[in-house]
Design a protein around this ligand. Structure first.
Ligand SMILES: Cc1cc2nc3c(=O)[nH]c(=O)nc-3n(C[C@H](O)[C@H](O)[C@H](O)COP(=O)(O)O)c2cc1C
Length: 282
């Protein structure tokens, strides 16, 4: 059983929703919970409809779904309702958004910046780069993002070496056990910690890691592709990177981010696992 219709996205005080223009309990002969397979703008999932009494049902849409589906309040959407398949999962809104991210292609326009949650949920390591050069203002923003990360005691012990020289990129790639892609990257940022500024090495590593994550997200937000290449705690790799850059003894390399433009398809991962969340106690 399938029913196709167009609906207007309506916003009330608390809810954004579409009205189902018929009584789905009759059309689909369902008693009790009204779980149906819904397709909106080519994204399919299974969801419970909300009853408003007398056979009137609505389907709620949350803010993220609206923006990710490219629809707007008062806009018209094409909807297909179907009886659910026996193995369909009913998704809560959060899981559904992740499903949508998987299906909706990442927008390629270079001018478009992602919002922070979209960037977090859609970032992936990309290890294939094309020859396109990263604009200098973007490189500057990456470095800036790296320095805006939190640091223990606000000591700010993180320093960078920006590498754009092909020969040095090649040297780095030879020093890394899993870093062949560095030689194809347009640039690399060697994230270093200064142990004169922060004496507790553990903190320096955490600070550097936060900085790297900021760079990865900033890169993704600007439609660049990046991958974190591990350096610390592999002592041989630390030594080789130290040698390449003739680092003073108070500076040690934590990790390297390789960055470039890429044509590689980004496959969105669903990593939310409720089992890993412990509320108030283990
Ligand atoms: C500390 C650390 C070191 C990593 N080192 C490497 C590396 O040397 N080479 C590499 O290709 N990826 C490296 N990665 C990237 C991980 O492999 C990647 O984050 C992981 O597979 C998850 O995939 P995603 O980044 O696409 O979400 C590293 C990530 C972290 C956090």
């Amino acid at each position: 059983m399938k029913k196709k219709f167009q609906a207007t996205v309506t916003k009330s005080d608390r809810l954004t929703y579409i009205e189902i223009p018929f009584d789905p309990s009759k059309e689909f002969s369902i008693k009790g919970k009204m779980e149906l397979r819904v397709t909106i703008n080519e994204v399919t999932y299974t969801k419970s409809l909300l009853s408003r009494g007398n056979g009137n049902y609505i389907m709620t849409l949350n803010k993220d779904m609206i923006s990710k589906l490219g629809i707007s309040v008062d806009g018209i959407v094409d909807v297909l309702l179907e009886s659910p398949e026996s193995d369909d999962k009913v998704l809560d809104d959060d899981s559904m958004i992740i499903e949508m991210y998987k299906k909706v292609r990442i927008k390629k326009e270079k001018s478009e910046n992602l919002d922070i949650l979209e960037a977090i949920f859609t970032r992936r390591s990309i290890r294939k780069f094309n020859k396109e050069k990263i604009e200098n203002d973007k490189v500057e923003l990456l470095l800036k993002a790296g320095l805006y990360a939190p640091t223990a005691e606000n000591k700010k012990p993180i320093e960078f070496i920006l590498v754009r020289e092909t020969l040095i990129l090649e040297e780095i790639s030879n020093a890394l056990p899993r870093g062949k892609m560095v030689q194809e990257a347009n640039c690399a940022i060697v994230v270093c910690g200064n142990t004169d500024i922060q004496k507790q090495k553990g903190f320096v590593i955490e600070d550097g890691s936060a900085s790297i994550q900021n760079i990865l997200l900033a890169a993704h937000g600007m439609n660049l592709s990046a991958v974190w290449c591990g350096v610390y705690p592999m002592s041989k790799v630390v030594k080789d990177i130290r040698n390449i850059f003739e680092l003073p003894s108070n500076i040690f390399p934590i990790g390297i981010v390789a960055i470039g433009y890429s044509e590689e398809e980004r496959v969105i991962a669903n990593r939310y696992d409720k089992e890993k969340i412990h509320i108030d106690k283990w």
